[in-house]
Design a binder for this molecule. Structure first.
Ligand SMILES: Nc1ncnc2c1ncn2[C@@H]1O[C@H](COP(=O)(O)OP(=O)(O)OP(=O)(O)O)[C@@H](O)[C@H]1O
Length: 204
């Protein structure tokens, strides 16, 4: 399986945000997108996920077969916001996302265990700290198996231990043959990640 992005450009109304962005990621490889505020990192992640129509270029997932025919089927998009209802419990929120994802590869207790938050299942999401909320969002990645992770500031708000745990989970994902694209300000401690720098050059 291969994610091939070619000649990608995005325009958000006030002008071109980026253009001529291209990269190819094979199974087991990841790309970190870095750059200053407003450079277009989130825009790129949204365009790759199919949430924003690019003004030029293509995003193609090759070799996914019947199970993963395209990016939409194959990806998890983890946005910069957590996309959880504050008044619902952690379990209720994750139940929504598990059902939305269609498959049930991991139960909610197990997904929370992965991020070290099994004890929060019955708490309203609004009771959690900033870092705990992010970790619950990361747990979404494990409810339904997806080979392509598109991550926007995945470690925002995490403490050092949680950041290290996330790096471990990302390494495991890549070692299992997954692909990842992550926009981040914080370095991810994962060997072999390629880098795409926004703000100056825009090709990896
Ligand atoms: N919904 C929107 N409508 C119009 N313009 C937008 C929208 N969202 C973002 N932009 C603009 O697109 C540009 C790129 O924003 P983007 O969020 O992709 O940057 P970023 O690199 O992710 O920044 P940050 O590091 O602050 O998260 C900015 O100039 C921003 O103002």
């Amino acid at each position: 399986m291969k994610l091939a992005v070619s000649g990608l450009a995005a325009d958000r109304g006030a002008g071109i945000i980026f253009e001529n962005v291209g990269f190819t990621l094979e199974r087991g490889t990841g790309l970190v997108v870095i750059g200053p505020n407003g450079a277009g990192k989130s825009t790129l992640i949204r365009a790759v996920a199919g949430l924003l129509r690019p003004s030029a270029g293509t995003v193609v997932l090759e070799g996914g077969g019947e199970e993963w025919p395209d990016v939409a089927a194959a990806c998890h998009y983890l946005g910069p916001a957590n996309a959880m209802k504050p008044a619902l419990t952690v379990r209720e929120n994750l139940t929504f996302w598990r059902d939305f994802g269609g498959q049930r590869d991991c139960d909610i207790a197990a997904a929370l265990e992965i991020v070290g938050l099994a004890h929060t299942a019955e708490l309203p999401f609004s009771y959690l700290s900033t870092g705990q909320r992010r970790r619950v969002s990361i747990a979404k990645l494990f409810l339904n198996r997806r080979p392509l992770w598109l991550l926007d500031e995945p470690t925002s708000g995490l403490d050092a231990a949680a950041e290290a745990r996330f790096a471990e989970l990302l390494r495991d994902h890549l070692e299992d043959g997954g692909i990842a694209v992550a926009a981040t300000h914080l370095p991810l401690d994962v060997a072999g990640l390629r880098e795409l720098r926004f703000g100056a050059a825009v090709a990896a």
